[in-house]
Design a protein around this ligand. Structure first.
Ligand code: NAP
Length: 248
């Protein structure tokens, strides 16, 4: 699967799944533009790592919740790289709490980052893809958006929202040869899960047929497939990367 000379723009690539996606796409020959919120040292290190594969890389500090900030990132990126071929909506957060105890800020922070953030990046970038009549947009959803997980009404709603967003946008863009798909990971070992208690982790493992948590690289490989020509006839779909969790 080759992505030579393609330009990929990825939200939230300084850690976890986004970082693994940046590395996987760079190894396949794609140039990488990515943003982050706080982790500037990680951004510098990732830029260097991506460049070591012989491709170009640029990082931008911009808040995915803020449309103007995202628009500036996309415009600077387009000027630097010339175009955009692949858009990956990855930046996301959790703020888990039972709904009965959830503050409005827990709700809005998660929706604004995970769902409105995807709108912001896609809205700023999509016209470039439509004009060039080629491109791939990939939204990182979650198993939580498919089957629901208690204490995640905010997160589940944002991730289910991304699946609807994917299906609608896929129909809008298909006539322009722009494909739109989602990847729904299960439990993946990243910072996002680092606060989970050990006993809760053990409980989760009982619900994963493959009997282990996933690795960020395993999600990145599905993203690379959807970004590449190998998936040319696939649009509007969600690939679940969860060790079987969504089927039990
Ligand atoms: P992570 O390790 O916590 O990394 C999150 C990334 O998003 C970081 O690079 C962070 O930047 C960036 N980010 C957060 N808020 C941002 C904002 N307002 N503006 C710009 N960037 C922002 O998370 P992860 O586990 O890799 O998750 C990545 C995606 O996969 C998320 O959408 C998540 O919902 C989804 N997912 C994860 C799992 C899992 O088990 N880990 C499962 C299903 C789906 P900073 O480093 O600057 O903070």
């Amino acid at each position: 699967m080759q992505l030579r000379n393609k330009i990929a723009i990825i939200s939230g690539a300084t850690r976890g799944i986004g970082r693994a996606i940046a590395i996987e796409l760079a190894k396949a020959g794609a140039n990488i533009s990515f943003n982050y919120l706080k982790s500037s040292q990680n951004a510098i290190e990732l830029e260097e790592q991506v460049k070591s594969f012989g491709v170009k890389a640029r990082s931008f500090q911009s808040d995915i919740r803020d449309f103007e900030s995202v628009k500036n990132w996309v415009e600077e990126s387009r000027e630097f790289f010339g175009t955009i071929d692949i858009v990956i909506n990855n930046a996301g957060i959790i703020k888990d709490k039972a709904l009965a105890l959830m503050d409005i800020s827990d709700w809005t922070d998660v929706i604004n980052t995970n769902l409105t953030g995807a709108f912001n990046l896609t809205r700023a970038a999509v016209i470039t893809l439509l004009k060039q009549k080629s491109g791939s947009i990939i939204n990182i959803s979650s198993v939580s958006g498919i089957r629901g997980i208690p204490r995640q009404t905010n997160y589940s709603a944002s991730k289910a929202g991304l699946i609807g967003f994917t299906k609608s946008l896929a129909q809008e863009c298909a006539g322009y040869n722009v494909r739109v798909n989602a990847v729904a990971p299960g439990f993946i070992e990243t910072d996002m899960l680092s606060d989970l208690r050990q006993d809760y982790k053990e409980k989760i493992l009982k619900f994963i047929p493959l009997g282990r948590m996933g690795r960020a690289e395993e999600v990145a490989k599905a993203v690379k497939f959807l970004a590449s020509e190998s998936s040319n006839y696939i649009t509007g779909q969600t690939i679940v990367v969860d060790g079987g969790m969504a089927i039990v």
